[in-house]
Design a protein around this ligand. Structure first.
Ligand SMILES: NC(=O)c1ccc[n+]([C@@H]2O[C@H](COP(=O)([O-])OP(=O)(O)OC[C@H]3O[C@@H](n4cnc5c(N)ncnc54)[C@H](OP(=O)(O)O)[C@@H]3O)[C@@H](O)[C@H]2O)c1
Length: 326
């Protein structure tokens, strides 16, 4: 029988709840402890998901010898320091996206994981979803021929959020690019690789983070048009077009089980598996890596996280998005 992987969660906000629900659906792992800066929040969370240990500080979680891996679900500005502390305590880490604010931090986090000889992975969950795996298989297998055009976006109306919220506060690594623009940038990187040139333009908020941002990635013979925004809702279908066919990932593409493949003038719809909210697949990946004593995932590697961060750093440089941590 597969070894049971014992998890802890640090930072008990909105995403931590969704993750805990999905963790309950994955076999061969258990949620052993949760930690929050607020003990009441930790106890309420623990009782909701039948977790034995609830800590009102993070240090106790780092020291808990029963825990093998910590899911870091704190805000963007704290991914770097929380991950480093966990790694230095010998814990494996699955850290929420973006792995960190900039490439300098990511380089340090990867170096620390290597030095400590512990597993580190960015929780870029979309990479592990069946639909994205299928798209990659079709594209790599030449099913739609050489890629010429990709369109992906991610938007929602978050204009009601305060300037101090994680969406708009630069001290919290705010802005649409790091929060949701990371998904379209990821899709272009996954399917087309590193672009030859990037052109980007942003509408900045009064707090000097991007409220909306448009990006054009140019390659030898293809282009990717990418976009994210906190200013409006939209359908969010992704389009991937090659010389011999097209793939459409249904709305909302980053979590959709539905694909449409258009080829030779015929259209086929594929409804793939989708377990829980979609976080189950990254949890399975981390569990398997730990059982196989891997220090990184080959599906979403350290280098993938670093390249993704470098792309976002270049986009920020062009559009004047500067964080205090830069
Ligand atoms: N993968 C996904 O689908 C997805 C979706 C949404 C968000 N995310 C990512 O998940 C992370 C957390 O997002 P969220 O929506 O869960 O955030 P959230 O609910 O606003 O907050 C998460 C936790 O961050 C800590 N926190 C909140 N305000 C803080 C402050 N002012 N200073 C220091 N710490 C503070 C709290 O931890 P304590 O409980 O310890 O107090 C809180 O529980 C972000 O990095 C975001 O990019 C991922």
């Amino acid at each position: 029988m597969a070894r049971v992987i014992k998890w802890g969660i640090l930072g008990l906000g909105k995403i931590a709840h969704k993750f805990a629900q999905d963790l309950q659906l994955v076999e061969g792992c258990s949620l052993e402890a949760v930690a929050s800066s607020n003990l009441d929040r930790a106890q309420a969370f623990a009782s909701k998901y039948q977790v034995i240990k609830a800590y009102g500080d993070y240090g106790t979680l780092f020291e808990d010898e029963a825990i093998e891996i910590i899911y870091i679900a704190s805000l963007n500005q704290n991914h770097y320091n929380h991950t480093l502390k966990a790694l230095k305590s010998g814990k494996a880490v699955l850290c929420e996206k973006p792995l960190a604010i900039n490439q300098k931090q990511v380089i340090e986090m990867i170096a620390c994981a290597k030095k400590q000889q512990v597993f580190l992975m960015e929780a870029l969950w979309t990479r592990f979803n069946p639909s994205i795996k299928q798209v990659l298989q079709w594209v790599d297998g030449g099913v739609i021929g050489p890629l010429r055009y990709l369109y992906a976006s991610f938007s929602f109306n978050g204009l009601d959020a305060s300037h101090d919220s994680r969406l708009f506060n630069p001290e919290k690594g705010g802005g649409s690019l790091l929060d949701i623009g990371i998904y379209p940038v990821f899709l272009a990187y996954l399917l087309l690789g590193k672009p030859k040139t990037i052109k980007a333009s942003a509408v900045l908020t009064a707090t000097a983070v991007d409220e909306q941002i448009g990006m054009l990635f140019s390659y030898e013979k293809s282009q990717a048009i990418l976009y994210s925004s906190f200013a409006h809702d939209e359908e969010m279908q992704a389009r991937i077009c090659g010389e011999a066919g097209e793939i459409y990932i249904d709305s909302r593409w980053h979590e959709s089980p539905k694909l449409t493949l258009v080829k030779n003038e015929s259209k086929t719809i594929h409804n793939l598996d989708f377990s829980g909210k979609g976080y189950t697949y990254e949890i399975e990946e981390a569990n398997n890596c730990l059982r196989e004593k891997k220090l990184e995932s080959l599906t979403w590697s350290h280098n993938d996280s670093l390249e993704l961060t470098k792309l976002m750093d270049s986009i920020r440089l062009q559009t004047g998005i500067i964080f205090p941590m830069d």
